[in-house]
Design a protein around this ligand. Structure first.
Ligand code: AMP
Ligand code: GLY
Length: 350
């Protein structure tokens, strides 16, 4: 079967690398892909957010049996819905389920309503109210833009001045655009961060090997939060006992909560967890494979990735083997100087 993968980063390269190992996969297309991906797939010059262009491309290529939508934006915009409306198979959540990532206010309310452990929080739609709140709330505080901000919409404020500045930048200056129409302000959690990506068909949850992402721009956990500077897997903090608890207290309850809300989730659900001794809390959800977590997780997958994608769509994940290699993987990010604030793009890597 021929497959189209939407996206053009290291994550999509890792997905395509694993798909290319499946004897069932024929030709792979990538939209837009990148120079590394071009060694394994035919790159099509369509932006991941060009929903109509991508749907027209799939219409024109009846050989494509499956489209894998990897990045957050096209999922939040409803690419999976559009492809399904046109009679095509697509891997990833529909728009009404992708909201678990695209609105932090939604995901926090979901956790509160269904008793899924997370940091205490308040949501604000008005800058004046948010500013009043940070003037008296206990420090440090975490200020989060509600919407998608390329993983950069989270500011950890140690002082009141930093917290006020964060609220102004997000809500008044609209540093992240409409993503900052609302903010979530939450208590600062300490502990070890672990990322668990999981395949789900809306009923069964099959977690992948746990990984750890380093989010701060500089060494020694300094500098601004980024989309991720490097990862490793597995995480030694994620013990089998912890995995069992997370399944019972976080993973299954989240999938059940989405069903109860009439927003069944099929695809990859990413759990960003904070582990502090006996306490497990959800920092965030993503509605997709993480980047750069995927680069260290998928190389360890032994089972056929195409079969897993198909079983998530068909609701047969319970009977699908999902097996992992022993061993470990490490990923290091090369970033352009100035990342994540102001930096040049498009430099050749030789
Ligand atoms: P998020 O996009 O919500 O995962 O936030 C990005 C990063 O900010 C997380 O991976 C954490 O490193 C950090 N972070 C987010 N929320 C909190 C919190 N409540 N306490 C401490 N760190 C946090
Ligand atoms: N590395 C975090 C993310 O993919 O959002």
């Amino acid at each position: 079967m021929n497959v189209l993968v939407v996206g053009g980063g290291g994550r999509e390269h890792a997905i395509i690398d694993k798909l290319s190992q499946s004897p069932k996969v024929g030709r792979i297309y990538a939209a837009p892909g990148n120079a590394g991906i071009a060694e394994l797939a035919e790159c099509v010059p369509l932006a991941a957010t060009d929903l109509k262009g991508i749907a027209d491309f799939v219409d024109a290529h009846p050989d494509i049996g499956l489209t894998v939508v990897a990045p957050d934006d096209p999922l939040a915009l409803g690419l999976v819905d559009l492809l399904e409306e046109r009679g095509h198979r697509a891997f990833g959540p529909r728009k009404n389920a992708a909201i678990i990532e695209s609105s932090k206010a939604f995901s926090k309310e979901l956790m509160k309503k269904y008793g899924i452990p997370t940091a205490a929080f308040h949501t604000f739609g008005e800058a004046a109210e948010a500013l009043d709140y940070v003037r008296t709330a206990p420090l440090p505080l975490v200020v989060k833009a509600d919407g998608l901000a390329l993983g950069k919409g989270v500011i950890i404020a140690q002082t009141r001045e930093e917290a006020e500045q964060a609220v102004r930048e997000v809500m008044c200056d609209k540093k992240f655009g409409a993503a900052g129409n609302r903010v979530v302000i939450e208590e600062f959690l300490t502990g070890r961060e672990v990322s668990v990506l999981a395949f789900t068909d809306g009923k069964t949850v099959r977690p992948m090997v746990a990984s750890q992402d380093h989010k701060r721009a500089f060494d020694h956990d300094e500098g601004l939060n980024t989309g991720g500077m490097g990862t490793f897997a597995p995480s030694r903090f994620y013990t089998p006992a912890l995995a069992e608890r997370c399944m019972k207290e976080v993973f299954q309850p989240t999938v059940a909560a989405m069903n109860a809300e009439g927003r069944p989730f099929k695809g990859v659900l990413y759990f960003g967890l904070m582990i502090d001794g006996e306490k497990v809390r959800v920092l965030e959800y993503n509605a997709r494979f993480g980047d750069p977590e995927t680069q260290v997780v998928l190389p360890l997958l032994k089972s056929d990735l195409l079969d897993i994608f198909q079983s998530c769509i068909d609701g047969t994940l319970e009977d699908q083997p999902v097996e992992w290699e022993e061993g470990a993987c490490v990923c290091v990010i090369l970033a352009s100087g100035g990342y994540p604030v102001r930096y040049e793009k498009g430099k050749p890597i030789t």
